[in-house]
Design a protein around this ligand. Structure first.
Ligand code: 5RP
Length: 225
C-alpha cells in the first residue's frame, strides 16, 4: 500500500495514543514533544483528555497546540514524576540513539525527556538509520558564544552553519553541524556539552528512547534496543 509521509505520521501518532491509553495511570502526566509527528500525536492525545491528568510541553508551539485542544499544560517544575514522554526524531538507530532538534526545541525536549520514566519515539520509517550524522546535528548556543563554539565544533570534525532567522524558546541560536559520521554518539554528546557556550546538543544517546514506534506501509513496528 502506498502511504504518504503524513499518513505514516498519523498512523504512528494513533499507536502512541493507544499506548498511552493502555499504560498511563489515570490522571498521569504526559510529556509531549515538538514537530509534525508530535502534532499528530497531540491531536490524538486530545481524545484522551478525560484520562490524562495534565501534560508538559517541550516547546511554546506544543504548549499552544495542547491548550488549543483544551488540555492542561503544567510547568515542569510543578511535576514530580512523569510516566511517559512522546516525541519524534530526525534520525534514530536500532540502539534508539537519536538526533533531534530539527524543530529547534532540543533543549526543552532533552529536559522533559530526562524527567520521564519512558521515552516513546514516534517516527516514520525514513528516520531509521545505521549511523547518525547525515542529518545535521543541531547545537543550541548562547548567542555571544556562537563564533567560539563554531570554531570548537570544527575541531571535532564538523562544519557548523548558523540556522538563519531562528531564535529558540530560550533566546538562543542554533548551529547545525554538517559532515559528521557519528561512531560514538554518547562520547560526542558529552564532548559537545563541554564546549563553553553550548546549552545542549541534539544527540540523545546518553538518554536514548526506550521504545520506538516506527510507521511503515505494512503497519507500525515496535522496536526496543
Ligand atoms: C524538534 C524535534 C522533532 O522531534 C524532529 O525534528 C522531528 O520532527 P518531525 O516529526 O516534524 O519530523 O526534535 O526539535
Amino acid at each position: 500500500m502506498v502511504m504518504t509521509q503524513d499518513e505514516l505520521k498519523q498512523a504512528v501518532a494513533k499507536t502512541a495514543a493507544d499506548y498511552v491509553a493502555a499504560h498511563l495511570p489515570i490522571g498521569g502526566i504526559v510529556g509531549v514533544g515538538t514537530g509534525s509527528t508530535a502534532n499528530f500525536f497531540i491531536d490524538e492525545l486530545a481524545k484522551l483528555k478525560a484520562r490524562v491528568g495534565a501534560t508538559v510541553a517541550s516547546s511554546e508551539a506544543t504548549k499552544k497546540r495542547l491548550e488549543g485542544h483544551g488540555m492542561k499544560v503544567l510547568d515542569l517544575n510543578e511535576v514530580g514524576s512523569m510516566p511517559v514522554y512522546v516525541d519524534g526524531a530526525d534520525e534514530i538507530t536500532a540502539k534508539l540513539e537519536m538526533i533531534k532538534g530539527g524543530g529547534g526545541a532540543l533543549t526543552r525536549e532533552k529536559i522533559v525527556a530526562a524527567v520521564a520514566d519512558r521515552f516513546i519515539c514516534v517516527c516514520d520509517q525514513s528516520k531509521l538509520v545505521d549511523t547518525l550524522g547525515k542529518f545535521p546535528l543541531p547545537v543550541e548556543v548562547v548567542p555571544m558564544a556562537r563564533a567560539h563554539v563554531a570554531r570548537e565544533l570544527v575541531k571535532l570534525g564538523g562544519q557548523p552553519r548558523l540556522r538563519e532567522g531562528l531564535v529558540t524558546d530560550n533566546g538562543n541560536v542554533i548551529l547545525d553541524v554538517h559532515g559528521l559520521a557519528i561512531g560514538d554518539p554518547a562520547g560526542l554528546e558529552t564532548a559537545i556539552n563541554q564546549i563553553v557556550g553550548v546549552v545542549s546538543n541534539g544527540l540523545f544517546a546518553k538518554r536514548p528512547a526506550d521504545l520506538l514506534l516506527l510507521a511503515t506501509p505494512e503497519g507500525v513496528r515496535m522496536l526496543t534496543a
